[in-house]
Write a protein that binds this ligand. Structure first.
Ligand code: ZN
Length: 345
């Protein structure tokens, strides 16, 4: 019998089965620019250069899935909704300013059309190109913004956090078009060839807000996007950075099929809490280990992740969050190597 394809391996894990080997899918996007010798900026408007780098990463390291993105999806969608970005020469852009000054602006927020607005068509084209280049045996992952984080950018984060306590109606007013923009982009990502659509909502982390606020403001919006992904025929994944231990069950209740965990969450605990109902992905420390460590440090930590969460299947080895731009690429190779070495059934 021939070895399963990466797509089969990942799908087995999503269906909570145990594949021949623990699938490994590092969350690496712009860092692959180092392989094709381009700057971050050169590819941000070019789906061809973006796809070329992402596919080069896949070919160099042989992981089991390709994350298609280049910068934070919430920044790209915020830009498509009218926000201005600050773009460094070779670094990650940031939203310069929100578009909602007060409740009078609510009516002016435009829902982003993924086929027309900003650089959303660039990102959808990159999904198509990666899909075509990598072939049908490799799952394509695509990030879309979590509505809560996107709403925070549209308002400006400092004001947004004050609004959570002082002006919840304004928050809800911003969450509506944010959720709709995220939902439309997510459905378009499936239509353009993504197998797995990742809702990334870092501000919804319990490192940032309380579990109660998560319930009040973030949960139902995330569930709406997750549901739309599934209805479009994609596999929904939920990525919330930082600490999420207090909301693990809530994350599962959104209907997601994968829960992506960042390094502060203990994988052994998460496996016990939610491993029976959802595929878990994570969580090699992106800064301390992937950026600051050596290949042997990565191997050791990846092995621990597999030991804690790999047994019985339903697990994808990954970084806890995006692989940093200046992380040594040998560390990505070490993560893949660890899965092949220690992840065999
Ligand atoms: Zn993250």
């Amino acid at each position: 019998m021939s070895a399963p394809t990466s797509l089969q391996r990942v799908m087995t894990a999503i269906e909570l089965g145990e594949p021949d080997c623990v699938p490994v899918v590092p969350q690496i996007t712009y860092t692959t620019s180092r392989l094709t010798g381009i700057t971050f900026r050169e590819a941000m408007c070019s789906p061809e250069k973006m796809a070329e780098a992402l596919v080069a990463g896949y070919r160099a390291f042989g992981y089991d899935g390709i994350y298609v993105g280049w910068e934070s999806s919430f920044d790209v969608v915020a830009e498509a909704m009218g926000c201005t970005l600050l773009v460094p020469e070779d670094g990650i852009p940031m939203v310069a300013e929100g578009v909602v000054s007060d409740s009078n602006d609510l009516g002016k927020i435009r829902v982003a059309d993924p086929e027309r607005d900003g650089r959303l068509p660039v990102h959808l084209r990159a999904v198509e190109l990666v899909r075509k280049e990598a072939g049908g045996d490799v799952p394509v992952f695509r990030y879309v913004p979590g509505p809560f984080t996107l709403a925070g950018l549209l308002r400006g984060q400092q004001k947004f956090f004050l609004d959570l306590m002082r002006n919840p109606d304004l928050v809800r007013g911003i969450l509506n078009p944010a959720t709709e923009s995220s939902r439309l982009f997510a459905v378009a990502a499936v239509e353009h060839g993504a197998n797995i659509v990742v809702v990334a909502d870092p501000l919804a982390s319990t490192s940032v807000i309380s579990p109660k606020m998560f319930d009040q403001f973030a949960f139902s919006c995330i569930r709406e996007v997750v549901t739309a992904i599934a209805e479009a025929g994609g596999v929904p994944s939920l990525h919330i950075c930082g600490l999420t231990t207090p909301i693990l069950k809530k994350m599962v209740d959104t209907g997601t099929r994968i829960v992506e965990l960042d390094y502060p969450v203990d994988l052994g605990f998460a496996k016990k809490e939610i491993g029976g109902s959802v595929c878990i992905e994570g969580n090699v420390n992106p800064i301390q280990t992937l950026l600051g460590g050596k290949p042997e440090d990565v191997e050791k930590e990846a092995r621990e992740c597999i030991t804690k969460a790999g047994g019985g299947g339903g697990f994808i080895l990954s970084s806890g969050c995006e692989v940093p731009l200046d992380a040594p690429l040998e560390n990505v190779r070490a993560m893949v190597g660890a899965a092949r070495k220690y992840g065999r059934r």
